[in-house]
Design a protein around this ligand. Structure first.
Ligand code: NAP
Ligand code: HSE
Length: 435
């Protein structure tokens, strides 16, 4: 197969990920050509501000702010989109596919909102679209879902798929760092999105879950189908009580398929310390899948950061380059035509952790347990700290047996209206009994 063909790359974005993609392609040019039998070379790079001072610019490569310079360049075979955001990324990717360019992207927002139409467009123009880096940074997970696990009916996904929040939760839970300090560290390390609210509010993980669940359950799941809740309401007390109860707190992305009903949700979750996901720390991500043939299978690795993400992006680029050299046609996309319905959150059944602040006087526990009992929510454990600030109040932490979300939410409302309850400080779902 060896030939001296040069595969031209148009790189859109030279930020955290783009810089490492450029560096990898340049520094590994010889080892890549000896593996592939062709040269893979960046021709042009699209940025917002070409004049900006940068820590790395590959020599002899034109920096431009005009996307057409990449899309219309006949020497460019593959567009690598690592700019981020929905627009103009979507527009550029669609134009590139229509122009017969293969596309590699790390853009989960774009894929979670427009994945099916992008896959169809690529197929219509006989080009590849790859997005391994869109979920789990350096972890290979899209490839296995599209290939190695295809014989399975996948019915469960339990995943940590946001590096920033896992880093922040680890720093808060294990080192007692303040939330804002931990977020600043994650930003400095290049893990966070341009607007880190997308990470800490759970939206980034929701995009990734929409992509994973669509491929795993062979149905179109749009970003807006995913229920999401972030980590901003968690405080030091929650980490302390969770540890006393034998749990770690993780932002989990959970997908379940039962018959034609699908659950897709992202929220902080109390995970038993002995569960493998409880020990996934820092920027590491992990995706646990359950399939009828394979049983449980887990993928883990660094879920964010320039180099791990470049590993996935460049891997996709090289696979496409190899196909170009061998003259292989891109495979048809998976059919995502399963007729499924998304289960409303109100119908979820799981266990719950509730932390509240109540007046420290006789009869208060009885009022709280009556509220729960009336709604058929049964208690699994209660921790009551005698006196906390403000003086005269006690903090009560309740865990429940499996109960219905609608009943637990109603119980929280009723507890809030009890004169003896100052506040219901937090409600966190638990992994126990599922997954
Ligand atoms: P970043 O550091 O903010 O870099 C974005 C780059 O894109 C910058 O070079 C910027 O140009 C350029 N850009 C942005 N908007 C543009 C526009 N409208 N026109 C031209 N150029 C534009 O972002 P990143 O962290 O590398 O992330 C890039 C993508 O990878 C995102 O989709 C992100 O979700 C995804 N991703 C990131 C990670 C990670 O760990 N960081 C991991 C997996 C996936 P200037 O330099 O001129 O501003
Ligand atoms: N901001 C994302 C994260 C980057 O923290 O996981 C990787 O997709």
């Amino acid at each position: 197969l060896a030939n001296n063909r040069e595969i031209g790359i148009g790189l859109m974005g030279l930020g955290v990920v783009g810089t490492e993609v450029a560096r990898t392609l340049l520094e590994k040019e010889h080892s890549i050509s000896s593996k592939l039998g062709c040269t893979v070379r960046i021709k042009r790079i699209l940025v917002r501000a070409p004049e900006k001072e940068r820590r790395y610019v590959p020599a002899d490569v034109v920096l431009t702010d005009g996307a057409e310079g990449l899309i219309d360049d006949p020497a460019i075979d593959i567009i690598v989109e690592v700019m981020g955001g929905e627009y103009p990324a979507l527009e550029y990717v669609q134009r590139a596919l229509r122009a017969g360019k293969h596309v590699v992207t790390a853009n989960k927002e774009m894929m979670a909102k427009h994945g099916p139409e992008i896959l169809t467009l690529a197929h219509e123009h006989s080009v590849s679209i790859r997005f391994e880096a869109g979920v789990g940074g350096g972890i290979p997970i899209i490839g296995p879902l599209l290939k190695d696990l295809l014989a399975n009916d996948i019915y469960g996904i339990s995943a940590i798929i946001n590096g920033t929040t896992n880093y922040v939760l680890t720093k808060m839970g294990m080192e007692g760092l303040e939330f804002n300090d931990a977020v600043r560290q994650a930003q400095a390390l290049g893990y966070a999105e341009a607007d880190p609210a997308a990470d800490v509010e759970g939206l980034d993980a929701a995009y990734k879950l929409a992509i994973l669940a669509s491929l795993a359950f062979h149905t179109k799941i749009h970003a807006s189908d995913v229920y999401y809740e972030g980590i901003t309401k968690l405080g030091p007390a929650d980490f302390k009580y969770a540890a006393e109860l034998g749990y770690a707190i993780k932002l989990l992305a959970i997908g379940r398929m039962e018959g034609t009903s699908i659950q897709v949700r992202v929220h902080p979750t109390l995970v038993p310390v002995e569960h493998p996901l409880a020990s996934v720390c820092g920027v590491f991500n992990a995706v646990e899948l359950e399939g009828d043939l394979v049983g449980q299978v887990m993928f883990s690795g660094q879920g964010a950061g320039g180099q791990p993400t470049a590993s996935a992006v460049v891997g996709d680029v090289l696979d496409i380059a190899r196909n170009i050299v061998s003259g292989s046609n891109p495979p048809a996309p998976l059919l995502l035509d399963g007729a499924c319905t998304i289960q409303p959150m109100a119908d979820l059944e799981t266990q719950y952790y509730i932390r509240l602040l109540a007046v420290d006087e006789p009869g208060v526990m009885a009022q709280i347990t009556t509220v729960l009992g009336d709604l058929k929510v049964s208690l699994a454990s209660v921790i009551q700290k005698e006196i906390v600030q403000p003086e005269g109040f006690s903090e009560i932490v309740i865990t429940t047996h499996t109960a219905k979300e609608s009943a637990v939410q109603e119980a929280v409302q009723r507890m809030r209206s009890l004169g003896s309850v100052q506040e219901v400080s937090n409600l966190v779902r638990m992994l126990d009994g599922e997954g």
